[in-house]
Design a protein around this ligand. Structure first.
Ligand code: ADP
Ligand code: MG
Length: 333
C-alpha cells in the first residue's frame, strides 16, 4: 500500500513548484491575505508556507492529510460549482508520502495553536502547543528523501535553479490575480521577492512587473451570457522597448482566477504577433481573467489543474476588437 501511495503521490508532487502551488492554493482557499514562503536549498531542504487564513479545526486535523480527505466538496453537485482551488484532497497526503511534513495551525476559536507532525501515510504522529498566531504554517522537509533518483536529478544539476524561477513565475501569477494578497518569497534567508497588498489588478500588475510593464496597458472588459472577460491589453503601436523585462513571457491568463497554461487560450498571443505588437521579439504584458460558470469548466485534465476545458468558446476576436476600439479613443493617462 505504501508503494501505491508513493507512486500516485509522485504524479501530483513532482517538483518544488508543485508543492508550493498546492500549499499556496490551500492558503488562499483558507482566505489568507498574507502568505510568506520560505525555501532552503531551493526548497529541497525546506519549504515553509505561513498564512493568516482560517486555520484547520481541531476535529479536521487528524484527517487533513489522509488521501482524498477534503473539507471542500460534499456532493457531486459541489463539483459543478467549484469556487476553491483545491477539491480533490490529494495534495497534503501526497506531500507527506515524499517528504517530512509538519502542520501548525490555529483557528479563531483555539486559545493556542498546535503543531502536528505527520508520517508518510499522512497520520498525525505527535502534537505539541505552538505560539504561532491564527492561520496555518506547513513545513515540508527533505523533499523526495525517499526518491533518491529524483532528488539527485534536481539537487545535483542546475535544475534546482530552474525550479526557483518557476516558483517565482507561479507567485507572480497569483500576485496579479489577487491584488489584496500580501506575498513574500525568501530563499536561504534572503527575501527574493515581495508584493504588498494593493487595491486592483492594474496596481497588482505594477507591483509584480514594474511600472514599465503597465505604462502601455489598456483595460478591457467584455460581458456576454456565461462569460465575462476582464484584463489589460497593450495599446496598439506601443513602443515595445518599454516592455523591458528579464521575463519575455508576460501573458497572464486566468480562468475563474486560476492561472492556466493553455495553447488554445494563448492563441491570443498570435494576434499580437500579427499586429506587430511584438517588435524586438518581446511580448508586451497581457492579462486576461475569463470568468465562466464553474459548471462549464473542467479543471481535471491534469493533476496541477493548469490545463482546462471550457464548454463555451472564448470570443477572442471580440475582445481584440474591443481593445482596438478602446485604443482608438483618446487616451488620458
Ligand atoms: P484540498 O485542497 O483538495 O481540499 P488538500 O490535501 O490540499 O486537499 O488539503 C486537505 C484539507 O486540509 C483541506 O481541505 C483543508 O480542510 C485543510 N487545509 C490544508 N491546508 C490548509 C490551510 N493552509 N489552511 C486551512 N486549511 C487547510
Ligand atoms: Mg489543496
Amino acid at each position: 500500500a505504501d508503494t501505491v501511495r508513493l507512486l500516485s503521490s509522485c504524479q501530483v508532487i513532482n517538483s518544488v513548484v508543485n508543492v508550493v502551488k498546492e500549499l499556496l492554493e490551500n492558503s488562499l482557499d483558507a482566505g489568507a491575505l498574507s502568505i510568506d514562503i520560505k525555501l532552503e536549498n531551493y526548497g529541497f531542504d525546506r519549504i515553509e508556507i505561513r498564512d493568516n487564513g482560517s486555520g484547520i479545526k481541531a476535529a479536521d486535523t487528524a484527517v487533513m492529510a489522509v488521501q482524498h480527505y477534503t473539507s471542500k466538496i460534499c456532493s457531486h453537485d459541489d463539483l459543478e460549482h467549484l469556487v476553491t482551488y483545491g477539491f480533490r484532497g490529494e495534495a497534503l497526503g501526497s506531500i507527506c508520502a515524499v517528504a517530512e511534513v509538519a502542520v501548525t495551525t490555529k483557528t479563531s476559536e483555539d486559545d493556542v495553536g498546535t503543531r502536528y507532525t505527520l508520517d508518510l501515510t499522512g497520520s498525525v504522529v505527535s502534537q505539541k502547543p505552538s505560539h504561532l498566531g491564527q492561520g496555518t504554517t506547513v513545513c515540508v522537509l527533505k523533499l523526495f528523501k525517499n526518491l533518491p533518483v529524483r532528488r539527485q536529478y534536481y539537487v545535483n544539476t542546475k535544475k534546482c535553479k530552474e525550479e526557483l524561477k518557476k516558483v517565482q513565475d507561479l507567485l507572480m501569477a497569483y500576485a496579479i490575480i489577487k491584488p489584496e494578497l500580501r506575498l513574500t518569497l525568501t530563499h536561504n534567508k534572503v527575501v527574493l521577492w515581495q508584493k504588498a497588498k494593493v487595491s486592483d489588478h492594474r496596481m497588482a500588475l505594477m507591483a509584480t512587473l514594474g511600472p514599465n510593464a503597465v505604462a502601455h496597458l489598456l483595460p478591457v472588459h467584455h460581458q456576454q451570457p456565461e462569460i465575462v472577460i476582464d484584463g489589460f491589453f497593450p495599446r496598439p503601436g506601443m513602443d515595445c522597448s518599454l516592455a523591458s523585462s528579464s521575463n519575455p513571457d508576460k501573458t497572464f491568463i486566468f480562468v475563474n482566477d486560476r492561472p492556466v497554461h493553455q495553447k488554445d487560450i494563448l492563441k491570443v498571443k498570435t494576434f499580437f504577433v500579427l499586429m506587430k505588437y511584438s517588435a524586438l521579439n518581446r511580448y508586451p504584458t497581457v492579462m486576461l481573467n475569463i470568468t465562466v460558470p464553474s459548471s462549464t469548466v473542467d479543471v481535471n485534465l491534469t493533476p496541477d489543474k493548469t490545463q482546462i476545458l471550457l464548454q463555451n468558446k472564448v470570443p477572442f476576436s471580440i475582445i481584440l476588437s474591443i481593445s482596438l476600439q478602446t485604443a482608438a479613443e483618446p487616451v488620458t493617462s
